[in-house]
Write a protein that binds this ligand. Sequence first.
Ligand SMILES: Cc1cc2nc3c(=O)[nH]c(=O)nc-3n(C[C@H](O)[C@H](O)[C@H](O)COP(=O)(O)OP(=O)(O)OC[C@H]3O[C@@H](n4cnc5c(N)ncnc54)[C@H](O)[C@@H]3O)c2cc1C
Length: 400
Amino acid sequence: MDLLPVPPASIPTPYRTEDRTAIRDLARDFAMREVLPVANELDPVQGEIPLELRRAMGEMGFFGILIPEEYGGLGLGLFEYCLVTEELARAWMSCASIIARGNGLGGGFSQDQRRRLLPLMAKGELLGAFALSEPDAGSDVASIRCRAELQGDEYVINGQKMWCTFADQANFIVLVARTTPYDPANRYSGIRNFFIPKEPGSFPAGISGNPVRKIGYHGWKTWELSFDDFRLPAENLLGRQAEGDDRAGFRNVTRGLSVARVHTAARSIGLARAGLEDAVAYAQQRRQFDRPISDFQAIRFKIASMAAEIEACRALMYQVAADADAGVAVDAQASMVKYLASEMSERVTSEALQIHGGAGYTTDFAVERHWRDARLTKIFEGTSEIQLRIISDRLLPRPG
Ligand SMILES: Cc1cc2nc3c(=O)[nH]c(=O)nc-3n(C[C@H](O)[C@H](O)[C@H](O)COP(=O)(O)OP(=O)(O)OC[C@H]3O[C@@H](n4cnc5c(N)ncnc54)[C@H](O)[C@@H]3O)c2cc1C
């Protein structure tokens, strides 16, 4: 008997176009052929995403999905970005994440920077890292303390950054720092974004770092960075903030987070689908009590409920992405889909591991990677608790 395909055979009617179906199918084929075997080999030894794989992703156009065609990108929307992201995350979340280092970091660029840098980013030849979080500023991003003081025509930067993924291999770092001291009465002002060019494989003088010992999200390193009198030409202050809009730097950060949250929902859904597909295959192959474990209703119902949860989150993701592409403000909806999809992803990958029994608790099967990586989706790009805070602030007066 032929089994039904686990993911929906087609994109739902209101959103379906031939181009979208073709992009999704291309990404699916690429992920399963080029990414999955590399992930299965390198993740258990904490290896890094190979340069050849990054180049192949660049040739597919994955780093420039959101970059306008006039700058060498595909000029597509959040919808297509999510389609590709889900497929890459089904194979290796780190590859679904690294595409944001081209697609997602041009927000504050000036016209000149867009013209010079975006074509290289679209090809994956110039990729960035994002340094926002600090040891004492995680969920409360407006409390960052890293200082950038203007001295003549240079900024002198001092402070600590935490969790800066890809900082070592990136061609540039977008740094979020303060040009005025932290003022609890005016916490959003004085936050600025800076463009720090660098060579892959090293840090410029004045910046040093140590990799964080993570339990997953392998394929690239995540860094704790120290800025000690790091000097940066003043022209590297990003974008319109130079014109004196005091809150533009903070707005730039939060605007980027909304896209990042829908992108994270797509990563969560891809991981959950990986868990489901692996569980469906394993349940039919593993025999106990003289029959495949897929005959037991306990296992069948787990699989049914996993599939239903994925389908529901994907439907919401399609809707939020389509709304965002139509110009609707989706901040709260982005938080909702990020929250629901990441919580779902951890539940579903954990159930997938359970269906594997003891085998699931080994590194011989990829399901443990899906579970470890799904765990992270509830933490980064704003924790689940912070998403609930954003949503509830839309529904209730803010507490004093
Ligand atoms: C692997 C990894 C990669 C990352 N990559 C990057 C990166 O590239 N660049 C970058 O800038 N950052 C990055 N981050 C940082 C990430 O965004 C933060 O870890 C996240 O925002 C949470 O901040 P925190 O870890 O300081 O937790 P905290 O803010 O200290 O939170 C601790 C707990 O308190 C809860 N909490 C906090 N405030 C509230 C509140 N008001 N109401 C209810 N609960 C609350 C949180 O939900 C959480 O459960 C990365 C993190 C990880 C783990």
